[in-house]
Design a protein around this ligand. Structure first.
Ligand SMILES: [Ca+2]
Ligand SMILES: [Ca+2]
Ligand SMILES: [Ca+2]
Ligand SMILES: [Ca+2]
Length: 230
């Protein structure tokens, strides 16, 4: 039998992960594939670039340009109106041979609150430094309200070995942090790559079910101790 103190320590550790949580990489063909879909937010913005511009409120990028529909474009699948395994008819955000890393920064003054949830979709890579065309080493990282790293993912290999607009390799990366996210960064060992569906929202932090469970467990532990020492 596990002593209840150790059990409690285990629950405390598990509970702590709810304060900051990495989401992904997960497949993504449409906005409803986001782990944030269906959440209750004070605001939620989705930049899909289909209007030809990065212009959702309080969002800026260190580098990149919008790619219009064409043979070099790899948008999120649904953005062109059809989930058909093909993204060349949508718009994406492209490195344009200028950067191996995108940083998307959120403006608290514009938004009112920094987002508690932020993510994006990695959609494509061409030539890479690892030498394998169409297969890049991808890393993702998020930063809290003070600019400190919350951790992240990778590097891990992603890609389908092609730049023909395929959607099966597209992956969502995101983070939740109760006290806010100031920026997210995604990097790949290439200067020929794309992302799409930058998304961010603010949800008023509410007691997690895990916190309530933890409080109940603490009471149980106290009760157990009383019982033992009786
Ligand atoms: Ca836009
Ligand atoms: Ca499509
Ligand atoms: Ca798009
Ligand atoms: Ca793709």
């Amino acid at each position: 039998m596990i002593p209840y103190r150790l059990m409690l320590a285990g629950f405390l550790t598990a509970g702590a992960t709810f304060a900051a949580t990495l989401y992904g990489p997960t497949p993504y063909l449409r906005a409803s594939d986001s782990p944030f879909a269906g959440g209750v937010f004070s605001y939620f913005h989705l930049e899909d670039f289909e209007d030809g511009a990065l212009n959702t409120p309080g969002l800026s990028a260190n580098a990149g340009i919008v790619l219009a529909p064409g043979v070099n474009t790899d948008s999120v699948d649904e953005d062109d109106g059809a989930v058909d395994g093909f993204g060349q008819n949508g718009h994406s955000w492209f490195s344009n041979a200028s950067t191996t890393s995108f940083t998307f920064t959120f403006n608290a003054a514009v938004l009112g609150n920094l987002p508690t949830h932020a993510g994006l979709v990695w959609t494509d890579v061409g030539a890479t430094l690892n030498g394998i065309f169409g297969l890049g080493l991808v890393s993702f990282e998020a930063f809290d309200e003070n600019g400190a790293s919350l951790g992240g993912y990778g590097p891990g290999f992603h890609g389908d070995g092609s730049v023909a607009g395929g959607a099966s390799e597209d992956r969502f990366f995101g983070f939740y942090n109760a006290s806010g996210i100031s920026r997210i960064t995604i990097s790949v060992d290439s200067a020929d790559w794309e992302v799409d569906n930058i998304q961010y929202g603010f949800a008023d932090p509410v007691p997690e079910p895990s916190t309530i469970a933890l409080a109940s467990l603490s009471l149980l532990a106290l009760a157990a101790r009383r019982f033992i020492t009786k």
